[in-house]
Design a protein around this ligand. Structure first.
Ligand SMILES: [Zn+2]
Length: 81
């Protein structure tokens, strides 16, 4: 499992909340709105290799259903620039 791609602005909230993995506050959110650092999410994925995966249409492994990368999209406009 590689690094997560969380470029979308949906992963950033203005208020910091305790990370569910390390308890240090973070403005980052998972796709489900769970407060978690990206590195903590990546670490969780590494420690849970049997968790259900999110597989993109082209077969790319995006991570686990709990913590996964933004889907590579061409049509929808994302916050990344
Ligand atoms: Zn953390």
């Amino acid at each position: 499992m590689g690094l997560l791609n969380w470029n979308s602005s949906q992963h950033y909230e203005s208020d910091a909340k305790p990370c569910t993995q390390c308890d240090t506050t973070t403005p980052l959110r998972s796709h489900a709105g769970e407060p978690v650092h990206k590195v903590c999410a990546e670490d969780w994925n590494d420690r849970n290799p049997n968790a259900a995966r999110v597989i993109h249409d082209d077969g790319q492994d995006l991570g686990t259903t709990r913590y996964h990368s933004d889907r590579p999209r061409k049509s929808r406009k994302e916050g990344a620039r």
